[in-house]
Design a protein around this ligand. Structure first.
Ligand code: SF4
Ligand code: SF4
Length: 190
């Protein structure tokens, strides 16, 4: 019988899919495309792809398209899809993994503001040990260029005591900062 030689692109796509499945603990081959996740997803209607389509693209090797997609950034991690999936696929975890890998592999981010927001959120947690709402707003607004974002509701929230100009520092913030440090060391980042 003639030996079939797998072409390089196919091999690369298969090894990338293995990496995605290994890191996300999601076996995309289990999905039988019932569409239940897409039907319950609150962001599908504003996105370029539904969660079902993201899984289908992974199954068929369209990994570049997935890395460039808006869906992996627009997913809000609500868990509707996991709760309803008959195959128990953890789609939000899959999307988280895809975000991380797309950044690591240098793909252009389809939703830069989401990336900036996530990063600003984590920075406040790193330095104060918990979310610092005013700090997050300042960081996000300056880094994204949306200088007035949230300014319409901020005075009312200050008046109601829902946000404070100063951070509430927790006791174990040194330990929290160490978690970030350890993660950076593990990834070999600065
Ligand atoms: S609900 Fe689960 S099995 Fe059905 S399409 Fe979505 S991921 Fe696939
Ligand atoms: S977790 Fe993400 S993909 Fe799943 S339903 Fe919610 S927004 Fe949609």
């Amino acid at each position: 019988m003639e030996q079939v030689v797998m072409n390089t692109a196919l091999k690369e796509s298969e090894s990338l899919l293995s990496e995605i499945e290994h890191k996300s603990h999601v076996d995309v081959k289990k999905c039988y495309q019932c569409g239940t996740c897409a039907a319950g997803c609150p962001v599908s209607y504003v996105s370029d792809f539904t969660p079902r389509q993201v899984v289908k693209m992974l199954q068929t090797g369209l990994i570049d398209e997935v890395f460039k997609s808006h869906m992996i950034w627009l997913c809000i991690g609500c868990g509707n899809c996991v709760a309803r999936c008959p195959r128990n696929l953890n789609i939000p975890h899959l999307h988280d993994t895809l975000r991380i890998l797309s950044k690591e592999k240098g793909y252009p981010c389809a939703e830069k503001d989401v990336d900036i927001f996530n990063d600003s959120f984590l920075k406040t947690v790193q330095y104060t040990g918990r979310l610092y709402e005013a700090g997050l707003t300042m960081l996000y607004n300056t880094r994204s260029g949306h200088f007035m974002a949230g300014m319409d509701v901020a005075p009312g929230m200050f008046m109601l005591g829902k946000i404070s100009p100063f951070p509430h520092l927790i006791k174990g913030r040194k330990e929290v900062a160490n978690i970030f440090k350890k993660m950076r060391e593990m990834k070999g980042a600065k």
